[in-house]
Design a protein around this ligand. Structure first.
Ligand code: 13P
Length: 269
């Protein structure tokens, strides 16, 4: 990897986000939220969980007064209007959502999200006061063909190009190699660090060194209780976007605890 590993993260403080994907409807979600709140205790780092749209109000009721924030898994490109089936960032904000995952590879693959539509969603989310988590990442074939950097570069530029520094200060980026999602095949620490360093370098080119250094860059893809500490200790990794393990309160709490230990050691937060 090349291009910008020299821009060192300012250690923005760890952010651990659970993406429940299409699991846990309103009947089951409150119990999982309760278990997660109980298991994570009082973390130093920032923690959020992202249930499906229909479970958001029920989960919010359980997160009230807890250190765990609510997130959503996508949002519409506009705040209201003739967009049948869509959910706007303003609506999400009304139910207490603070973060929104955008451009997840599963949405790019199955629901037609493109860099252009992700860019519009990011702007709409920011307008509603939400914090977007932009997902980028390559397929196995793209990595093998040496296309990772070009792809990440165009995903970042396509989604973030033209944002102001103030807008970018609210955005986190998640590096999620598609081949590591739900496969149990995690990127090695060296691969994840090199790629996140490349992403930070791209942010430096798109914005400036300070914005790049202050942007939380999360790793996602089979992060679990065993590999979290190693991945999170990489200098350019500021958190995790956790799928399967976020449905298991003890495993999710172990990831949060790993981030907390590192945050305490680094004296950040
Ligand atoms: P897994 O942790 O299940 O691999 O999922 C990662 C992911 O896609 C989070 O958004």
């Amino acid at each position: 990897m090349s291009g910008g590993a020299q821009v060192r993260a300012l250690q923005p403080g760890y952010l651990i986000v659970g993406n429940w994907k299409m699991n846990k409807g309103p009947a089951e979600a409150p119990a999982l939220a309760d278990a997660i709140v109980g298991a994570v205790g009082s973390p130093r780092c920032a923690v959020a969980i992202c249930p499906s749209f229909v479970s958001l109000p029920a989960v919010m009721a359980r997160l009230e007064g807890s250190p765990v924030a609510l997130g959503a898994q996508t949002c519409a490109t506009a705040q209201s209007g003739a967009f049948t089936g869509e959910v706007s960032p303003t609506m999400l904000s009304e139910v207490g959502v603070r973060y929104v995952i955008l451009g997840h590879s599963e949405r790019r693959q199955h629901s037609g999200e493109t860099d252009a539509s992700v860019a519009a969603r990011i702007r709409a989310a920011l307008d509603a006061g939400l914090r977007p988590i932009l997902c980028v990442g390559e397929s196995e074939a793209q990595r093998e063909c040496g296309e990772t950097e070009a792809l990440l570069s165009s995903q970042l530029k396509g989604a973030l190009g033209g944002l102001s520094g103030d807008q970018m200060a609210k955005v986190a980026v998640a590096y999620e190699p598609i081949w590591a999602i739900g496969t149990g095949k995690t990127a090695t620490e060296a691969q994840a660090e090199a790629t996140c360093a490349f992403i930070r370098g791209q942010l430096s080119e798109l914005f400036d060194d300070d914005i790049a250094a202050g942007t939380p860059i999360l790793y996602g893809g089979s992060m679990n209780a065993q590999n979290a500490a190693g991945l999170l200790s990489c200098p350019n990794i500021n958190g995790g976007l956790v799928g399967g393990a976020s449905l298991k309160p003890d495993d999710f709490a172990a990831i949060v605890a790993a981030a907390d230990r590192l945050e305490a050691e680094n004296h950040v937060g």
